[in-house]
Design a binder for this molecule. Structure first.
Ligand SMILES: [Fe+2]
Length: 175
């Protein structure tokens, strides 16, 4: 079965709308970092980069009177839940395998614990990679969601990352 690539995912209108809304630059940087960590830790780079690229696809913008309303966000945000579901639906529609789509969705669901009750989560290696990659690319006051990247640069970066993932996974699965 042919691999569903990051570039293919990004070409879908659903990804275009929601990844861009949450910050395309942040999504790509998180995917690049996830690739590096996954490679170091022998985690599937295909799943890690897809989950990282789509991790904020459930974001809603919390505004009150034109200002970012952090209190409402903290109280009401469920972007990880929405994102997990949205990403899963999108991936299945694009032909992703059900097992991979579920693993990616779970990593998105657990990439943050900000919306969860207090407690200790036992993340698996893939989920840890995505959470760490996101954390590494966060900036104060959510500035990372607003960093811009030209469309053609974004596509070139995604295609280049796709090539690295394809090469890595061939090597990992034959070694
Ligand atoms: Fe994020």
């Amino acid at each position: 079965m042919q691999r569903v690539t990051l570039a293919t995912i990004y070409s879908h209108p659903v990804a275009k709308k929601y990844v861009v809304r949450a910050g395309l630059d942040h999504a790509i940087k998180t995917a690049l970092t996830a690739f590096d960590i996954a490679l170091r830790e022998n985690v599937d780079t295909d799943l890690a980069t897809k989950a990282a690229f789509l991790h904020d696809i459930g974001h809603y913008q919390w505004y009150r009177d034109g200002e970012w309303d952090f209190y409402s966000y903290k109280e009401n945000d469920i972007h990880a839940i929405k994102g997990a579901e949205r990403a899963h639906k999108l991936l299945i529609r694009l032909g992703e395998g059900r097992k991979a789509a579920k693993e990616i969705a779970l990593a998105i669901l657990l990439h943050t614990d900000s919306y969860l009750p207090e407690g200790q989560l036992q993340l698996d290696p893939l989920q840890q990679v995505v959470a760490r990659a996101d954390e590494a690319n966060e900036e104060a006051a959510g500035v990372h969601h607003y960093r811009e990247i030209p469309e053609d640069t974004a596509i070139v970066q995604l295609q280049s990352l796709d090539q690295h993932v394809a090469a890595t996974e061939v090597q990992r699965k034959t070694s």
